[in-house]
Every structure is written in structure tokens, then in C-alpha cells.
Design a protein around this ligand. Structure first.
Ligand code: DMJ
Length: 577
């Protein structure tokens, strides 16, 4: 999803996480990491909850993670041996044009990185016109969003020197000791996702330890009556509140979200990363407290619980609305979208199943059912024959697709690949048609870049009809779908379309000191928005590069990409060491 970059200023602290005594929390953590007698509180004791919303539950101890007294250690070498393909590198005998195109994209990445490094290193994003840095308000005092987002792309592209520069910044300057309001979703997909992916690719401990430390800071967001996390979290350590940091570890709903609700694409886009946090730490707390059947204030349930809540609540026509109350577990209003606010929830269902080596049948069923409802109620064909996915507002269709919704071509193709024959064909066709519609939204503009949203009403076909929807901010979703469709069909048109995007980016978005978004795709002399988004380095350039790589570079048999294009490994359950 993609959310307004306004501060959660209007949000009152509706929910306060419990102030767990620091010593007890540390004991619980140690107990979960090490075998040995788990820390226990008195049977039936109740923890005091601030804020009045959370149910007080009997506190029980966190279970030991392993049946051994040795501290848990993830076996990285074994993991590397489990991969079926090399992770990067060109292959001998490839077509020179493909190689040249890939090298061009690598040069774009170097240009984007070098300018960020020169003018904005340590800030979150580069402002390429004014040649300075942007901090923004999504990351709660964390810095270096572009560094973390770029790490795995630099590594994959074999930009060794630049990768070392980024790594050195993480080692020396990436400070997690911050105290500010962050988007749980954004910190998870960009920072946790970027750090995890880089650890898996390189085996460098610094990335793992930073990911785990940051992951723990996100846990208090789950402290709600239902265990559905809130969208905004103060990254100060829970239990360290003082006059100077009164909100440490507290969580809020976004001020703009209906009635204190949590957003489907936010709480639904944690699963992949949180399962890996548990895998790498040996601590079940991120996934769920497996042997703690009654989660409570000191034992907020992990991400697995989110599905339980979703499976309990009734879905209108089988569809998932975008706003859910973390207090009651019911929908707050009926807006359904496969674009912003809904998008990556669906993506994470199918990818959870793939990441589990197709063992997580619950996720697969939720995905299949959701897609069936979407096909039935939201997929439409325009008068001109273009297939699109409309939005749904309490039963009324809004005939609009956001740029964000264009990821769905790739997602549906990925799911189709693993479906039974009849479904496979139907879904592959649907994926190709949606991707083609998204390509039309680019092809029908003067810049050959697509608008933020396009409509199919009042005679319009795949074009923005409102001034406020004509901008392009270097988003990846369309090239993301090209990459999946290319890998799954090898139809050369996807590489052709990807190359058109490269040319358009060079022509309209490349400026003296980096790449910038543009304010209007329907003019050949667009003005720039002065922002090089971190996802341009994490996603747009990575997907373009992969489009011109052999299929075994970050093979889809070994990796799933999180929603920020950070590759996380599939758990090959049949691998014998
Ligand atoms: C990225 O941060 C992620 O792809 C997210 O899922 C949606 N928005 C941006 C890119 O457009």
C-alpha cells in the first residue's frame, strides 16, 4: 500500500502498550532464546494495562525456543547449500543486446546511488534538484532508508564498491536508538525486509542483528485487544518511558484512518518478514507464541494471529474491506481495493504459501477465496476491451485503477503458475490482460510513463481524468508485473515494454543529480517533484535489471520478493544437509 506522508499528528494516543518492567521483558526474551527454565510470573497474575483497551490476560512464560542449552544459532552455511540456483551473475553465451540493456540499468543504479551518497547520505531520500536530503515522517527517527533499500540491489548488480559504502554506513552510522513515530508497515517492508534480504544474500551478521533488534521494537504494536497491530509505533523502547520520552513503545492508529482502524495492507504485510525474524532468532515471538495459548499484554500474539481474526470476521461477498478495528476485530467501513490500502495483503497470502514450500495451505485458501471474489465482483472489461480491476465502495463500483494496483498482474501470474490446469490458464490470461492494461496506461501518455491512477468512465480508457492523478513518482508496480510475466511466459513483449520504461525514465526523470518523479505524465516537458524515492532503488531498478537477467538470478524457485522487492528465501523443506 502507499499511505499519505502526513504525520500522524491528528492521531491521539488511543492505545498505550503496557509498560512491562524492563527486567521481566529481558527475562522473557532470554527464556525464549535459550533453553533453561523459562521465566515465570505467578500463576494467574495479571499485568496492569495502560490505556484501558487491552484485555488483561494471565501472564505465562515464553517457551524455550529449542531443546538445547546452547544459544540458538541460525545455520547460514546450511541455508546457502539449500538454494537451488546461484543468486547472481551473468551467464556465458547470452545475447549481447540483453547484456547491454542490463548494464544500462546497472549504470542507472550507480547514478542514483552516487548522487544519494554525495548529497543525502544518512538522510532518508535524495532531493535531486535541490541536491539535499529528505527525512520525512514515516520512519520514526530512523535514517538511511535509501541505504537499506538499496543494499540488496547493489549486491545483486555486483556494484561491489557501492555495496561496501552502504554496508559501512550500516555498521558505523545506522542508529536504532531512536524515539519517534514510525509507520509499522514502512519500517517493516523497507528496513526489516532490506536487512533480512541482505543478510540472506551475504551472511554478514550485522544485517541480521540490526533486523532482529529493530523487529523487537515493532512488537508493542501488536498489543491490542485483538492482536491486530496498529499502524503507528513509537520506536523508543517499551518500558523506558520518561518525561523526555513519554511515548516509548506506544502505538496509535493513523489519524486519517476511519474510527481508529488498522489498514488491511498494513497489518496484512508483515507475515513474510516476521516469520524470518523468528527463523533467524529462534524466538517464536514474531510468528506467534506457539505454546502460549492465551496471548495477553505481555504476550502479544505474533503475525499468525492476524489470520485467525480475519477468518472469524464475515467478508461482504467474500471481499476484504480495507479498514478493520483492532479493538473489536470488525470492519470499520466497506472500501475494497486491490490497489492502495489493500494491495500487499493479497500479495503476502500467496507469497506466504510459496515461502513455506507450499505447506501453508491456510494462506493458499485465503488467497484463492479472495481472488475468486475479486474475479467475480471487481474484474471488468472496458468498452475498448481492456481488462481492469475496479474498486468497491459498499457495493458500488469505482471504475478506477491505481498505479499501485498494477502489481496484481505479477501476483496473479505467480499464483497461476502453481494452480490446477483450468485455473492456471484462466489466471495466466487475467494476469497478462491486466499487465497489458497497465502498459496501456503508460503507452497512452506523452512521456510513456503511467499516471498515479487511471479510469474507465466518462469515455476514458486507461488514462487519468483528474489533474491530481497525473503524476508519476518512480513507482515499480508496472515493471514488477513485466518481470514476473517475462519469467513465467518468456514472451519478448515484456522485455520490450520494460525497455520503453528505461528510455522514458532516462528522458523525463533523470536530472543532474539523480532521478526525480514528475508531476504530469501527459506533457513532454514535465516538471519534477524533486524526490528520488527509496523504492526506486529497491524495486523499480531491481525489477528492470532482473527483467534482463537469466531466470536463475534470484530464481523464483528459491526466493519470494517482499512488497519492497527484497528477496526472502523459500524454506526448502525437502532439503537434506
Ligand atoms: C513501495 O513502498 C511498496 O511497493 C509498497 O507495497 C507500495 N508502495 C511503494 C511503491 O510504489
Amino acid at each position: 500500500t502507499d499511505l499519505p506522508r502526513s504525520p500522524p499528528a491528528a492521531a491521539e494516543p488511543r492505545h498505550a502498550s503496557p509498560a512491562a518492567p524492563r527486567r521481566l521483558r529481558e527475562k522473557l526474551r532470554t527464556a525464549a532464546r535459550m533453553a533453561g527454565p523459562p521465566a515465570r510470573t505467578a500463576p494467574g497474575s495479571r499485568q496492569q494495562v495502560q490505556g484501558g483497551e487491552s484485555r488483561a490476560q494471565p501472564a505465562s512464560a515464553a517457551p524455550p525456543a529449542r531443546e538445547t542449552r546452547a544459544p540458538f544459532r541460525f545455520d547460514y552455511e546450511r541455508f546457502r547449500r539449500s538454494l537451488r540456483h546461484p543468486v547472481r551473475g551473468g551467464r556465458p553465451g547470452e545475447d549481447p543486446e540483453t547484456r547491454a540493456r542490463r548494464m544500462k540499468i546497472k549504470e542507472m543504479m550507480k547514478f542514483a546511488w552516487d548522487n544519494y551518497k554525495q548529497y543525502a547520505l544518512g538522510k532518508n531520500e535524495l532531493r535531486p534538484l535541490t541536491k539535499n536530503g529528505h527525512i520525512g515522517n514515516m520512519f520514526g527517527g530512523l535514517r538511511g532508508a535509501t541505504v537499506i533499500d538499496a543494499l540488496d540491489t547493489l549486491y545483486i548488480m555486483e556494484l561491489e564498491e557501492e555495496f561496501q559504502e552502504a554496508k559501512e554506513w550500516v555498521e558505523k552510522s545506522f542508529d536504532l536508538n531512536v524515539n519517534g513515530e514510525a509507520s509499522l508497515f514502512e519500517v517493516n517492508i523497507r528496513y526489516i525486509g532490506g536487512l533480512l534480504a541482505t543478510y540472506y544474500l551475504t551472511g554478514e551478521e550485522v544485517f541480521k542483528s540490526k533486523a532482529l533488534e529493530l523487529g523487537e521494537k515493532l512488537l508493542p504494536a501488536f498489543n491490542t485487544p485483538t492482536g491486530i497491530p496498529r499502524g503507528v509505533i513509537n520506536l523508543g523502547r517499551q518500558g523506558t518511558r520518561s518525561l523526555f520520552s513519554p511515548c516509548s513503545g506506544m502505538s496509535w492508529s493513523w489519524g486519517w484512518a476511519s474510527a481508529g482502524s488498522s489498514i488491511l495492507a498494513e497489518f496484512g504485510t508483515l507475515h513474510l518478514e516476521f516469520l524470518h525474524l523468528s527463523e533467524l532468532s529462534g524466538n517464536p515471538v514474531f510468528a506467534e507464541k506457539a505454546s502460549n495459548p492465551q496471548p495477553g499484554p505481555l504476550h502479544p500474539p505474533g503475525v499468525m494471529n492476524i489470520r485467525r481474526v480475519l477468518n472469524r470476521v464475515e467478508k461482504p461477498q467474500g471481499l476484504y474491506p480495507n479498514f478493520l478495528s483492532p479493538v473489536t476485530g470488525s470492519w470499520v467501513q466497506h472500501h475494497v481495493s486491490i490497489g492502495g490500502l489493500g494491495d500487499s495483503f493479497y500479495e503476502y497470502l500467496i507469497k506466504s504459501w510459496l515461502m513455506s514450500d507450499k505447506k501453508d495451505s491456510e494462506a493458499k485458501k485465503m488467497y484463492d477465496d479472495a481472488l475468486e471474489a475479486i474475479e467475480k465482483h471487481l474484474v471488468k472489461k472496458s468498452a475498448g476491451g481492456l481488462t481492469y480491476i475496479a474498486e468497491w465502495r459498499g457495493g458500488i463500483l469505482d471504475h478506477k485503477m491505481g498505479h499501485l494496483a498494477c502489481f496484481s498482474g505479477g501476483m496473479i501470474a505467480l499464483g497461476a503458475e502453481h494452480a490446477a490446469e483450468e485455473r492456471r490458464q484462466r489466471h495466466m490470461e487475467l494476469a497478462a490482460e491486466i499487465t497489458s492494461t497497465c502498459h496501456e496506461s503508460y503507452a497512452r501518455s506523452d512521456t510513456k510513463l503511467g499516471p498515479e491512477a487511471f479510469r474507465f468512465d466518462a469515455g476514458s480508457e486507461a488514462m487519468a481524468t483528474r489533474l491530481s492523478e497525473r503524476y508519476y513518482i518512480l513507482r515499480p508496480e508496472v515493471v514488477e508485473s513485466y518481470m514476473y510475466l517475462w519469467r513465467l511466459t518468456h514472451d519478448p513483449k515484456y522485455r520490450h515494454w520494460g525497455w520503453e520504461v528505461v528510455k522514458a525514465l532516462e528522458k523525463h526523470c533523470r536530472v543532474e543529480a539523480g532521478f526525480s518523479g514528475i508531476r504530469d505524465v501527459y506533457t513532454t516537458t514535465p516538471t519534477h517533484d524533486n524526490m528520488q524515492q527509496s523504492f526506486f532503488l529497491a524495486e523499480t531498478l531491481k525489477y528492470l535489471y532482473l527483467l534482463f537477467c537469466e531466470d536463475d538470478v534470484l530464481s523464483l524457485e528459491d526466493w519470494v520478493f517482499n512488497t519492497e522487492a527484497h528477496p526472502l528465501p523459500i524454506n526448502h523443506t525437502d532439503f537434506k544437509a
